[in-house]
Design a protein around this ligand. Structure first.
Ligand SMILES: *[C@@H]1O[C@H](CO)[C@@H](O)[C@H](O)[C@H]1NC(C)=O
Ligand SMILES: *[C@@H]1O[C@H](CO)[C@@H](O)[C@H](O)[C@H]1NC(C)=O
Ligand SMILES: *[C@@H]1O[C@H](CO)[C@@H](O)[C@H](O)[C@H]1NC(C)=O
Length: 403
């Protein structure tokens, strides 16, 4: 409750959260650039598509990847650190056949750009994310503006989509919980075929909590496959007719569920209905979430993948650019449970960033990004941050001093 009152002290209704300083106790020891890197946790789903000759099968795998990319949000109510302008992050995972680099390319609005590629040359995956935060009284909503593009190079296919909205409930009072909702449209730009995924809001009775349902359609809008499941659990695919038949029979046997505390004025509690996904006969499993490590609950509910993101293995220090967030002193201090130092360092870094901005304004200088440039996404035709290449040549001269 004390934390909640500190929180409400810092908030004015509908103020944009990115512009105000929040107590570090609400953070998790990761930068938002690292949070983006978690999209790669289930890269094996893309890797599989190289051997798939059927285009619908590929779209199904891409849909599973898009859903799995946001699965790490489950129970992650800690706020990642806002990246500083010019901050970067890289991760190379040879075991999973990818490397990724990201850069904070804009401060107001905060935009993070990333570029990932398969080491075997099978895919590139890139995008820019602008998490637009809104405060709604009891909850904070993050609308992740920005397009994500996946190119399957062997199949000469490109898919684009945007992530669903994410909402953290009960920021002032009650138990924090996370909901993701909205429509995610994955477009196959070779043909205009689509996969439409509906991340369902939990609703009054909580029956739809975490559910995702959608279908793949061709350009004449004919439904080719149904995709369903929960972003916190698993995704399945089945023939549309079998799905309809199953839904009808389910409806008949459905008893009215009890209403649960939705009228509560104090907090919007997470519904307790936590039924598992009911599998329609004939379905194919597309993806299942890995269970979290045993000590996850005392480590900000991190996944195994997230726990490795701050690791500074021997030899890395010498080759990483000094803008890498593994060197951010506030995140490092928080990781070492040194909260006072983390808080002081965070303030110092933010002050340093403000001073640098003033200095640039005085000299009439523009900030220049290092690894990404504003350009046009060839598939959507809209503005996007495009990787200019060369990061892994490891020539890191003239990088800004941001820490
Ligand atoms: C995607 O585009 C390719 C063309 O490269 C086409 O062959 C395929 O049918 C499309 N697949 C789906 C499921 O949208
Ligand atoms: C971790 O998950 C538990 C169980 O749902 C939840 O009570 C807790 O608030 C979560 N912690 C964080 C830091 O998100
Ligand atoms: C990914 O695919 C490549 C070739 O397409 C293969 O060599 C590699 O073993 C795969 N990696 C994983 C982790 O499955």
């Amino acid at each position: 409750y004390l934390l909640s009152s500190i929180f409400s002290f810092y908030l004015n209704v509908k103020q944009e959260l990115s512009k105000i300083t929040m107590p570090i106790a609400f953070n998790e020891p990761l930068s938002f650039l690292q949070r983006i890197t978690e999209y790669m946790e289930h890269t094996y789903l893309i890797n599989r598509t190289s051997s798939m000759s059927d285009s619908i099968e590929r779209m199904r795998a891409v849909a599973a990847f898009a859903v799995s990319a946001v699965a790490s949000q489950w129970d992650r109510t800690g706020k990642p650190f806002n990246p500083l302008l010019g901050e970067t992050y890289e991760l190379i995972r040879e075991d999973q056949d990818f490397r990724i680099v990201s850069e904070q390319v804009s401060h107001h609005p905060p935009v993070s750009a990333f570029h990932a590629e398969s080491l075997a040359g099978d895919f590139v995956f890139h995008g820019s994310i602008y998490p637009k935060l809104k405060f709604w009284g009891k909850s904070v909503e993050a609308e992740p503006k920005g397009t994500i593009t996946l190119e399957l190079l062997k199949h000469r296919e490109a898919y684009t989509w945007s992530n669903p909205n994410c909402c953290v409930h009960n920021v002032i009072l009650g138990k924090l919980w996370i909901e993701q909702y909205g429509t995610v449209e994955i477009v196959n730009h070779s043909t205009g075929d689509k996969c439409v995924l509906n991340f369902k809001p939990c609703g009054m009775f909580g029956k739809e909590l975490h559910k995702v349902e959608g279908y793949i359609q061709d350009k004449s809008k004919k439904k080719l496959a149904v995709i369903y499941g929960k972003w916190t659990e698993c995704m399945w695919s089945v023939d549309p007719q079998a799905y309809e038949v199953h839904k009808k029979s389910e409806k008949k046997g459905d008893n009215k569920k009890q209403k649960n505390g939705a009228e509560n004025d104090d907090a919007d509690d997470m519904p307790e209905v936590q039924e598992t996904v009911s599998v329609v006969p004939g379905s194919t499993l597309l993806w299942r979430i890995d269970s979290r490590p045993a000590h996850s609950s005392v480590m900000y509910n991190f996944t195994n993948f997230a726990m490795c993101l701050n690791e500074l293995e021997p030899g890395m220090e010498a080759i990483l650019p000094h803008t890498d967030c593994r060197f951010r002193p506030d995140i490092r201090a928080m990781e070492n449970s040194n909260m006072d130092e983390a808080s002081k360092e965070k303030e110092r870094l933010e002050e340093k960033q403000r001073a640098a901005r003033k200095e640039r304004a005085k000299r009439d200088e523009e900030w220049s990004t290092r690894w990404f440039q504003m350009g046009t996404n060839p598939y959507t035709g809209s503005q996007d941050w495009i990787y200019t290449g060369g990061y892994f040549n490891r020539n890191y001269q003239d990088l800004p001093d941001i820490y």
